[in-house]
Design a protein around this ligand. Structure first.
Ligand code: GDP
Length: 468
């Protein structure tokens, strides 16, 4: 997402940044390029116009033309305008920089907080219900997933499978349960009020079971129509959800924005969740939806996996688009995988030179859980765009994992055991070359030596001191 737009923005702004002084016509020229880039990204025409108008006004009105570094000033203006476009708060003073952005979900006390999910068929609504349950489980919440999509009989089963998967696979202190009324599925197509009854009963059951959050997976249709909206309005007025979310598919571009507009006219939406952010769509839906509906994007779906859901942060995404990276998201992803105690324990082992291949394997698995190597590197400032054509290869991690898994327990604990004949056996077992095995061992030994040296120098505390 945004790859192409990012390139175009960068090249338009680069033209300005090279210059000591810029003129009004330079600014207008760059903005023409930006306008083309936005339209090519399938951004709604009016949104693009407004964006350009606003940037231009600020750029020409402020002292950009006389600024010492006009290019940087321009980037800041464009960045802030993107943040505003996404419904966020640009950083104006120091206080803003440390003030956290608004959290995507609000919880009521006493619970349960009722979240109603809506969206067209195929938008990824049911999958997102599961992902959201996982997100909440990680945060210690007791969640109930409710199958109220009685239009698509398979959806009930799909949600049940998902809720089991989240309960089994997502680590966290929360719990995820599933609620359905199988007999109501049989009423599919006949009784209009079936979904309403299911939702009402589910919220009551959730209250009794003292769950924190009830998520209602409501019905979708292929297109917006009166019967869908009627059903959703009935559910909404029957259970009075605390938040109504709309799930839209980024790949459907402006169609997604149009359907968001239609949903918003009929339901009081609180936020939008955009799925398939991982696809190479042009990004128009994400860039237009807030402006067109007035409702903010709360989460983005970044893959088919159950944990591929991220909070949407306007400033961070604006930074990604302008090639400024998104270190905050990277750190958060890492923190989700490793607790502080685990990190300290590992650090201690490394300092004593006691890290084993098994520890290394655990780390590799964590990195893989964080997403593809390329998407992680894309979050690093300044290099995201340059990396996109490089053959950075997740298979390398696969190979390393296979090699370690082909070692015996003793070999994993002590590299000295790895004689040539053993290396040959390991290579055969893992479908790699003996050279690959030796390279891994060598790299591993180097890390060991370096971490011992670092700890001898005062290690991490010293690094922290250096970092200021
Ligand atoms: P629903 O009809 O709206 O309930 O849609 P589903 O939840 O069944 O999802 C439709 C398809 O989209 C499924 O194949 C999902 O795996 C896929 N999907 C959902 N979210 C994402 C996402 O963020 N990225 C990708 N790549 N696929 C997704």
């Amino acid at each position: 997402m945004f790859g192409n737009l990012s390139d175009k923005f960068e090249s338009a702004l680069r033209k300005l940044s090279g210059q000591g002084k810029i003129s009004e016509s330079n600014v207008r020229e760059a903005m023409e390029d930006v306008r083309t880039a936005l339209l090519e990204a399938d951004v709604h025409y009016e949104v693009a116009e407004q964006f350009i108008e606003s940037v231009q006004q600020k750029a020409l009105g402020q002292e950009v033309l006389a600024a010492v570094k006009p290019g940087e000033q321009m980037i800041k203006i464009v960045h802030d305008e993107l943040v505003t476009l996404f419904g966020g708060q640009p950083i104006v003073d120091k206080e803003d920089a440390v003030r956290p952005e608004e959290p995507p979900l609000m919880y009521v006390d006493p619970g349960p907080t009722v979240i109603m999910m809506s969206g067209l068929q195929g938008s990824g609504k049911t999958t997102t219900c599961g992902k959201l349950a996982g997100y909440l489980k990680k945060r210690g919440k007791k969640v109930m997933l409710v199958a109220a999509d009685l239009q698509r009989p398979a959806a009930v089963h799909q949600l049940e499978v998902l809720s089991k998967q989240v309960e089994d696979e997502v680590e966290g202190n929360g719990r995820v349960s599933f609620y359905s009324e199988p007999d109501k599925v049989a009423e599919y197509g006949k009784a209009v009020g079936a979904a309403v009854k299911v939702c009402r009963n589910a919220v009551e059951a959730g209250r009794k079971a003292a769950v924190d959050v009830v998520i209602l997976d409501t019905a979708g249709r292929l297109h917006v129509n009166d019967s869908l909206m009627g059903e959703l309005r009935q559910v909404a007025s029957a259970v009075n959800p605390h938040q109504i979310m709309l799930v839209i598919d980024a790949m459907t571009g402006q169609d997604a924005v149009n359907s968001a507009k239609a949903f918003n006219e009929q339901l009081e939406l609180d936020g939008v969740i955009i799925t398939k952010f991982d696809s190479d769509t042009r990004g128009g839906a994400a860039l237009s939806v807030k402006q067109i509906t007035g409702k903010p994007i709360k989460f983005i779906g970044t893959g088919e996996r159950i944990d591929a859901l991220e909070e949407f942060h306007a400033r961070r995404i604006a930074g990604r688009i302008l090639g400024m990276g998104d270190v905050v998201s990277l750190v958060e992803k890492a923190q989700e995988q490793v607790s502080e105690e685990e990190a300290m324990a590992l650090q201690e082992k490394m300092a004593k030179g006691k890290m084993t291949m098994d520890d290394f394997l655990v780390q590799l698995k964590r990195i893989r859980k964080m997403g593809s190597m390329k998407s992680l590197l894309g979050l690093l400032p300044g290099i995201g765009n340059q990396l996109k054509d490089l053959p950075i290869d997740d298979k390398q991690i696969d190979r390393t994992e296979a090699i370690i898994q082909s070692m015996t327990k003793e070999e994993r604990g002590n590299e000295d055991e790895l004689t040539n004949s053993r290396r040959r056996r390991i290579a055969r077992g893992s479908g790699t070359d003996q050279r690959d095995v030796s390279q891994l061992v060598k790299g591993f030994e180097m890390v060991g030596t370096m971490s011992k040296q670092l700890s001898g120098m005062g290690g991490v505390s010293r690094m922290k001191a250096l970092a200021g």
